[in-house]
Design a protein around this ligand. Sequence first.
Ligand code: ADP
Length: 449
Amino acid sequence: MFKKVLVANRGEIAVRIIRALRELNIASVAVYSEADRDSLHVKMADEAYCIGPYSSTLSYLNIPSIMSVAEISGVEAIHPGYGFLAENAYFADVCESSGIKFIGPSSNVIEVMGDKVRARETVARVGVPVVPGTEENLDNLEKTMEFARKVGYPVIIKATAGGGGKGMRIVNTPEDLEKAIQTAKTEARAAFGNGEVYLEKFVEEPRHIEFQILADEHGNVVHLGERDCSIQRRHQKILEEAPSPVLTDELRKKMGDFAVKAAKSVNYNNVGTVEFLLDKDNNFYFIEMNTRIQVEHPVTEMITSIDIVKEQIKIAAGEKLPFKQKDIVIDGVSLECRINAEDSGRNFIPSPGELKTYIVPGGPGVRVDSGVYQSYQIPPYYDSMVAKLIVWEKDREKALLRMERALKEFVIEGIQTTIPFHLKILENEYFRKGDYNTNFIHRRIEIKD
Ligand code: ADP
């Protein structure tokens, strides 16, 4: 096992990883930007090094700086968390060639799965259903028009290198196609430095169902069941639950088998997530695979009692998975609310600033993963997530009551948060019945947008 690991991230996920390292008796090394001197991950780690100014390009994305710290501190591995360098194949490659273990899949796997078109092709080859879509860049308008006509409108244009719900455009009529392609390309270039886009059939009112994969370096692959991440705003997840309220055991087995197949198609190792869209008739389609730990991993941990971050580190150290698919038992229901420093009453504008009061909920079945504390000043430079509130209960009805109780117990003063918005979702009768899809916020929740 490793003796010392560098955490190349900040915020709640850096804290989460440091906790896992400590329980595995591994020393932790934090890195931070000048804006993060007072951050919790810096206080909690065994060692901490400043890697640059507030700008993430010059700090959390600064590969030479991070590699220098890795060398000076003498770590054997780097955990990238999510975001920043987590899906950067070049970074994984630099680690590999420097003799430092990248805690994630190998660089070539990140490269294949990071390109959504290649990912679709790869999994389709082994029989995993994918959304009907184009195979290449949309340079030939005539061909694209013909394809869209064949699959039928609406269609969606997506960035090949996409992430975070950015660079997507829904197109309802052939007249709008050309302009939408141009806009999507411009957006994709700005967001990902890569203007390639492709086109998919737009699945109407689907559920977003994703499977957590664990794969060791000895060819063993299991899934830990699904998460339902259909509660989204602008294609970004805001509340997740596991298991999905609509999956039967039979459908879970079928989709889970395909998720494992998708992972095996690239000789996947480490943790990852296979994402599907599920339509009203229970047809499901692969959309992408994320090659990292995800924000919403705790809901899976709560229902399986498996510490995914610890497993991830153990896999990277070369250990075999300690269980087989038949050993995975799903128990109870878990929900997660992403509490963001945003004003949901004012178009979700960011609300950074000082946390004058910060009192977290507790009691049975309540977990808070966060990188902040009372009196902490939330910097305006990074993502706006303050905390993840996660609950567990025996059944969904009880879990909803527990989440409502915990949200009301959470006291955050000094900034605006999305807690009132989450309470609105929770009191919605359709949500309570489990009757929702990716259009839920748009259709069922009133927001000033
Ligand atoms: P990203 O990598 O940016 O998160 P995804 O491909 O995972 O992008 O898609 C994010 C969300 O966008 C999905 O959960 C879904 O709500 C919506 N979406 C993506 N592709 C389609 C599609 N073909 N049809 C309908 N909705 C889609």
